[in-house]
Write a protein that binds this ligand. Structure first.
Ligand SMILES: [Zn+2]
Ligand SMILES: [Zn+2]
Length: 106
């Protein structure tokens, strides 16, 4: 089951998502930009990353985002990249909150 965000907020340190299953994830901007799955960042045939993550500005930020249906958000980045759609499934899998760490260590 894919959980859904209760709240999504742009903070100084990254994108903060409160999930409906009590997870609370902070996604640092640069790392999240590197996870973009759009056709400009990932080769759609091989699934390999085209994007050079070293080229992402250290001070990259999220300018804005919109919800896409009920399954994803589309992010507008400060480097003018705006084709990236981040599904809740992807975002959930990137969560590294305390709860996730507990679950993984058992
Ligand atoms: Zn992209
Ligand atoms: Zn979590």
């Amino acid at each position: 089951m894919v959980s859904e965000p209760k709240a999504i907020e742009i903070t100084e340190n990254g994108l903060l998502i409160d999930w409906d299953d009590e997870h609370r994830s902070l996604y640092p901007f640069k790392a999240l930009r590197g996870e973009c799955r759009c056709a400009n960042c990932i080769d759609e045939w091989s699934g390999r990353r085209i994007l050079d993550t070293g080229s992402i500005p250290l001070d990259i930020q999220i300018v804005d985002f919109i919800e896409v249906g009920r399954y994803a958000i589309q992010i507008l980045w400060s480097d003018a990249h705006e084709t990236g759609i981040y599904s809740f499934e992807l975002l959930g899998s990137l969560c590294k909150c305390d709860r996730c760490l507990e679950e993984k260590t058992g």
